[in-house]
Design a protein around this ligand. Structure first.
Ligand SMILES: Nc1nc2c(ncn2[C@@H]2O[C@H](COP(=O)(O)OP(=O)(O)OP(=O)(O)O)[C@@H](O)[C@H]2O)c(=O)[nH]1
Ligand SMILES: [Mg+2]
Length: 237
């Protein structure tokens, strides 16, 4: 199956090289697309070296910070326009282990979207600090209660079967940041896309820092309220 792996980057110099080399070793036939928002820590230099060596299909530098969600939407569009059958999306900061890609690829045979979940096994977040775990679990809880989502709604480790994606959904999303994950999942779930999960393990962060900011968290909260209201309207309440 024609497969694209997509990685959004914003200052991931410490991890990007190892990540791309590992993906290449494990899956020599996949293409890799990176969308970067003008990293200034040397990430772009590593990426353009890999692009010229043919290790990467393409690097798109968007020139300014436009958000992780908008990068995912652009990747979905790229995959459709370039006729990929499968799109895998994953983070660059070392949180998403490429060894799980094989599990996604076998599971996607039975589903249209497969989410990498941190809630199927008790030890998925065993290395994380308690506060970080609490934050992630809170998102899981509120999206379950307010949006009716039983899946890991903030996970960016995903596998899409492109032909089964109602692409119009992605052009209508209001989210451009981290809210993309639960808003897109809510819409795909509402459109009866067949969703499955695979268990993933996330190590504690050893390089770099989170790109999540208070502003982005507040925006996500606002989006949550909008999408909850959308849900209530659809339920006729
Ligand atoms: N292109 C682009 N990539 C981004 C942006 N924000 C984050 N990323 C990338 O998206 C991925 C996830 O970002 P993280 O900061 O690790 O977000 P997170 O995993 O929810 O937060 P942590 O658990 O603290 O790591 C990483 O590969 C980032 O480099 C952005 O605005 N633009
Ligand atoms: Mg991360």
């Amino acid at each position: 199956m024609k497969t694209l792996v997509f990685i959004p980057t914003l200052n991931e110099y410490g991890t990007i090289e190892g990540l791309i080399r590992t993906i290449r070793q494990l899956h020599e036939n996949v293409d890799i697309l990176v969308i970067d928002d003008n990293s200034d820590d040397g990430t772009l230099e590593v990426l353009s070296k890999f692009e010229s060596q043919g290790l990467l299909l393409k690097v798109i530098n968007r020139g300014s910070k436009q958000g992780i969600g908008s990068a995912h939407i652009q990747a979905l569009n790229f995959a459709q326009v370039n006729r990929y059958e499968i799109l895998i999306t994953m983070d660059a900061d070392g949180a998403h282990d490429p060894r799980f890609i094989a599990n996604f690829l076998s599971r996607i045979t039975f589903y249209d979207l497969v989410i990498g979940s941190r809630y199927l096994r008790a030890d998925s977040l065993s290395e994380w600090k308690s506060f970080r775990k609490l934050l992630t679990r809170s998102v899981h809880l509120v999206t379950r209660v307010f949006l009716g989502l039983k899946y890991d709604s903030s996970s960016g480790f995903r596998c899409y079967k492109i032909s089964k994606m109602p692409q119009a959904i992605f052009t209508e999303l209001r989210s451009t940041g981290y809210d993309f994950f639960f808003e897109s999942l809510y819409e795909l779930n509402s459109h009866k896309v067949k969703i499955g999960e695979v268990s993933i393990f996330l190590p504690a962060r050893t390089y770099g820092h989170s790109k999540m900011t208070l502003n982005l968290a507040l925006t996500a909260l606002k989006t949550l309220m909008y999408v909850s209201a959308r849900r209530l309207r659809r339920l006729g309440m």
